[in-house]
Ligand binder design. Structure first.
Ligand SMILES: Nc1ncnc2c1ncn2[C@@H]1O[C@H](COP(=O)(O)OP(=O)(O)OP(=O)(O)O)[C@@H](O)[C@H]1O
Ligand SMILES: [Mg+2]
Length: 1023
């Protein structure tokens, strides 16, 4: 292998080689720097900062950075040298500084600066590598963000690496989850800011989607981010978007409790049905293998029947233990797989559907879908099975139009009723389907736990409890209904962004991790990030065994315990990786029985976790950890451990993704230490059950394994990797799809956030306000009048009504017509008035001028400062209210497109078209809403009343005015007015108070409220 590599160096090797001369240059410069005084070294920072701050142009700046790179890296290296032997306080403990970057670390730093993902193994010192490009890029003064996977690591690295930055005269900050905005702002204004991806993302959402004043915004742009553990953040975490939510306006929560008894019954009936199928299968199995050993006729037919019966049970009750037991025999699993394959062969899947119709409902474990069958519908609603079939809405609507009803209004009513029916049914079906999933695919203590009357999700990667996080789309409510705990209200999205789109905001992006290679194509596709594999400082001497495969989980875990015992006896430390908390605990019980002392890592606190993991290299230590736990913490070997073989990593299951396995494996043999790894697998593992190929089963059958016997073969490793690759590909496609949908939203978000920011940053909101009003006036004029029609034919009445409903003008129709008659002037070409006739143009000017005059009058009663605030609120509130409704609408659109996705049409294209339409409407609605509110908001009640008393009195003669009530007189008008103003004042106050309620793992009921009020969450925003 090495021989070939030397002969044919890979592209990566060549890329790395190109950096070597730069490394030589850095080292040479550093030699010279050793002679400088500390102050002279430090002075370089200030000089560069001054120089770089003069450069505006992006490319010029980049070129300059490249130019000073060797010297800047040398300065960091030299600072490290000077720090050696000193103690640095890290997380309240002194840590002796002993690091001067190795050459490979300089290479890593270079690759980060050039926007790559540096793949560097565990223990290669990526934390230090980051400081090189961080220092260089921070010299621009534009802010460099270093992104970590948890708060503990952010704080640790900011303090640890902060010693270099501070030594060199740069400022460093850290964003932690409980900081108030004022503190966050200070951290962002440092040259360098450490923090987790969710803190950065939530701050972005709050700044752009919720802040009402410039001073409330904490971030200052997105220049350069370096993401540590980049695969974990940009791939694993990227599966769920960041969401800030508040209580929902529309909910269907009651549906879940309502349908629970029905689904209870259905699930029980299905269990009985499946028990019957299993019994039949068992009887046929007896026929296939008669006790008397006589030869059997028609074995093919028998096998097929058995296979079909088993497949039926798998579809109806995927988590059935009795089924698992039967499938422990590889031959049986083979029959089932063959039957399934056969059913899928048919393009039209006629037989597959017929099989499913034998059940009450069918589950698809791979795609996570649940469907009621005809039988099931009859079971729950014998009188009216169609109550659970979605009608073909489009055809039905069409039929109404083509039908015999002559009255248009009646037709409209009929259509509205059809639509309401459709929605009602869709909700019902959705609730039942989610309940079925909750019952059949989500297991207590595996996918979730119940604590304090709450359903808490268990993270399938880390085994951590994700308190506060909720499954979307009603699934969480369905599980709550199943467990009989309180069903919590659905929340509504106030602001959201995917991790992908957040990180795409950065001008420059880079990342580091021990494991990126397997996901290289995703990094490139989504983030335009190339992966560069950096050689290790010392050669890696880890010994990786072939995987050991067992028939059953039981046999597998017995073997695991045996191996732990053997190696423990030699004094070797062992790190055992598991895929779930449940497995960790089971294994812990098994070890206890054997009298083996060990630690289990499912701590909630990252710091504790880090400390336990750090000790995992001590002589005789046994540490059980979920695969990702303790990531980023170094495992150093204890005394004498290297002599007995170093740390042994034992994997108890193959993960869906090869990357996670590599991560676990990489925990040992750091910096040239000895070490070894070994994975144990059983055919009952999810990966093997769901995605393992027939080939493995057949291989096992052929070898005729005995109880407890293991199979170990290079070929098997390949098959398992194939299975993993299949799942990886599947997951990638899914993430890509999600992203394609989010890209539509992303464009809209850019427009809305741009609009909001323009308002927040504007010194003269009033000007903008008047422009907006004028835009709407033009729209209304176009709506009610026509350029090519005589004013006499215009719909002047509705136009006047609209004006008077929104503005306290009391414009009589006659005046509008008079303005039209006097209009002679053509509007200027290419202005916003383009296309209006002289008459329309004149009306537009007349109305706009009247509004402006009325507004000037209003201004004269207000305090200027306060009014400016009110004006800004008026616009922002309109944007936020309608944008949030829009988010809800987009969600439903997404959902309904999913329901419609049967035909030939591409759902994504349809989604895009519809999304475009409703966004267009949104923009008009926002502006219209602003018009509606300008005169309804005031900085104080007095100002409002004074203004109304002086507003044009013509109001009295009109019968439509929101400001004077109906034509009753000023008295009535005033009482109404105070209602209006108190509403406006309330709204403004509420807006000022409105703070995000965030979902996310971290806010407990008793935690400090994220709005920084200083109160507990439950007494503040979490009420
Ligand atoms: N140049 C160096 N000289 C000596 N020790 C170093 C050097 N660089 C890093 N180290 C040490 O190596 C250990 C591992 O560093 P670090 O945690 O940054 O590794 P990592 O690559 O981030 O690993 P992981 O993949 O676990 O996150 C630390 O104890 C650190 O002090
Ligand atoms: Mg690290």
């Amino acid at each position: 292998m090495n021989f070939f590599r030397k002969l044919f160096p890979s592209k990566n090797d060549r890329d790395v080689k190109k950096i070597r001369p730069v490394v030589a240059q850095i080292n040479e410069i550093e030699l010279g720097l050793q002679k400088l005084s500390a102050d002279d070294l430090r002075a370089k920072t200030a000089a560069w900062k001054a120089e770089l701050s003069q450069i505006e142009d992006k490319d010029e700046l980049a070129a300059k950075l490249n130019e000073i790179l060797p010297e800047a890296f040398a300065v960091v290296k030299n600072a490290c040298r000077r720090l050696c032997g000193t103690d640095v306080m890290v997380r309240e403990r002194p840590l002796r500084w002993e690091m001067v970057p190795f050459d490979v670390q300089l290479i890593g730093g270079y690759s980060l600066h050039t926007g790559h993902i540096a793949e560097m193994a565990t223990g290669e010192g990526k934390t230090l590598v980051g400081t090189l490009p961080v220092y260089l890029n921070a010299l621009t003064g534009r802010g460099v963000h270093v992104v970590t996977v948890n708060d503990y690591l952010a704080a640790r690295d900011a303090e640890w690496m902060g010693s270099i930055y501070k030594f060199l005269g740069l400022t460093v900050g850290v964003i932690l989850h409980d900081q108030p905005p004022r503190v966050r702002r200070e951290q962002y204004y440092c040259d360098i800011t450490y923090g987790t991806n969710s803190e950065f993302g939530f701050d972005y959402l709050r700044d752009n989607g919720m802040a009402l004043r410039k001073e409330e915004q904490v971030q200052r742009g997105h220049y350069f981010a370096i993401v540590d553990e980049v695969d974990s953040i940009l791939i694993d975490e990227a599966r769920t978007p960041l969401i800030i939510s508040g209580p929902a306006v529309h909910t269907f929560d009651e549906q879940y409790a309502q349908w629970k008894p029905t689904v209870d019954g259905l699930v029980r009936a299905q269990q009985q049905l499946c028990a019957r199928f299993l019994k039949e299968a068992e009887e046929l199995l007896k026929k296939l293998h008669p006790a008397d050993g006589k030869p059997v006729q028609n074995t093919d037919e028998l096998e097929k029947q058995i296979g079909l019966l088993l497949f039926r049970v798998k579809t109806g009750q995927p988590r059935s233990e009795a089924l698992m037991k039967i499938l422990e025999v590889p031959e049986n699993a083979g029959m089932m797989n063959r039957a399934e394959l056969e059913l899928h062969k048919d393009q039209k899947k006629v037989d597959l559907y017929r099989e499913k119709e034998e059940l009450l409902f069918a589950m698809d474990e791979k795609s996570h879908e649940a469907d009621l069958t005809e039988k099931g519908r009859n079971h729950i609603s014998p009188q009216d099975p169609d109550a659970f079939v979605l009608p073909d809405l489009t055809t039905m609507l069409h039929d109404v139009d083509a039908g015999s009803e002559p009255d248009a209004r009646k037709r409209l009513e009929m259509k509205a009723k059809l639509q309401a029916d459709f929605e009602g049914k869709a909700q019902k079906i959705h609730a039942i389907s989610q309940l079925l999933k909750a019952y059949s695919l989500y297991q207590l203590d595996v996918e979730y736990v119940v604590q304090d009357n709450k359903v808490i999700i268990v993270d399938q990667h880390t085994g951590r409890l994700m308190a506060g996080r909720r499954w979307s789309d009603g699934l969480h409510q369905a599980v709550e209904a199943k467990e009989g705990v309180a069903i919590e209200h659905e929340t509504q999205t106030l602001a959201t962004i995917t991790i992908q789109n957040y990180f795409r905001l950065y001008q420059k992006l880079a990342g580091m991790t021990g494991t990126a290679e397997t996901e290289a194509s995703e990094f490139f596709d989504i983030y335009k990030l190339g992966v560069m594999t950096i050689p290790t400082n010392m050669p890696n001497i880890r010994k990786d065994s072939d995987d050991s495969v067992y028939k059953t989980r039981r046999e597998k875990f017995n073997a695991v315990v045996r191996e732990i015992k053997e190696l423990h006896a030699l004094g070797r430390p062992i790190l055992v990786g598991t895929v779930s908390v449940e497995t960790s605990e089971m294994l812990s019980r098994m070890l206890k029985k054997e009298g083996l002392i060990h630690s289990v890592l499912n701590a909630k606190y990252h710091q504790q976790e880090a400390e336990i993991v750090a000790r995992a290299g001590q002589r005789g230590a046994i540490t059980i950890a979920t695969n990702m736990a303790g990531r980023g913490t170094d495992i150093k070997l204890g005394e004498g451990v290297a002599q007995v073989g170093g740390l042994h990593v034992l994997g108890t299951e193959r993960h869906e993704s090869r990357r996670i396995d590599r991560q676990l494996r990489g925990r040992c043999s750091r910096q040239g230490d000895p070490g070894s790894s070994h994975f144990f697998i059983s055919l009952e593992d999810d990966l093997m059950r769901l995605f393992g190929s027939d080939r493995i089963v057949k291989l096992m059958e052929r070898m005729g394994l005995e109880e407890g016997e293991e199979l170990k073969h290079g070929l098997l490793n390949r098959s398992i990797q194939q299975a993993q690759k299949r799942v990886e590909g599947h997951n990638f496609q899914q993430r890509k799809r999600t992203l394609e949908y989010d890209d539509v939203m992303n464009k809209q978000r850019e427009v809305i956030y741009g609009f909001r920011n323009e308002i927040i940053n504007s010194d003269d909101v009033r000007d903008r306000l008047m422009d907006i009003i004028e835009e709407v006036v033009i729209l209304k004029i176009e709506e009610f009048t026509a350029a090519d029609a005589e004013p006499a034919e215009w719909r002047v009445r509705p136009l006047a009504d609209w004006v008077n409903l929104n503005f306290p003008l009391g414009l009589p129709e006659g005046e509008i017509l008079k303005a039209a008659a006097d209009g002679k002037e053509e509007p200027v070409a290419n202005s916003i008035y383009d296309g209006l006739s002289p008459a329309q143009f004149a009306v537009c000017n007349f109305i706009s001028d009247s509004i402006r005059k009325a507004y000037d009058l209003k201004v004269s009663f207000e305090e200027p400062e306060k009014l400016a605030t009110v004006e800004r609120y008026t616009i922002l509130q309109a944007i936020d209210k309608l944008w949030q409704e829009h988010l809800y609408e987009m969600d439903s659109l997404r959902h309904s497109i999913g329901l419609r996705a049967h035909g030939q049409r591409d759902p994504l294209l349809e989604y895009k078209a519809e999304a475009f339409k409703i966004f267009d409407e949104l923009m008009v609605n926002v502006k219209t809403e602003i018009c509606h509110n300008v005169f309804r908001s005031a900085s104080s009640l007095m100002a409002f009343e004074n203004f109304l008393r002086n507003a044009p009195q013509q109001t009295l003669h009109q019968n439509t005015s929101a400001f004077g009530g109906t034509s009753t007189g000023t008295g009535g008008g005033q009482s109404k007015a105070s209602d209006v103003v108190s509403e406006a004042a309330n709204a403004a106050e509420a807006a000022a108070r409105a703070k995000p309620v965030r979902t996310g793992p971290k806010v407990g009921r008793n935690d400090p409220c994220p709005c920084a009020s200083g109160k507990k969450y439950k007494n503040c925003c979490g009420k």
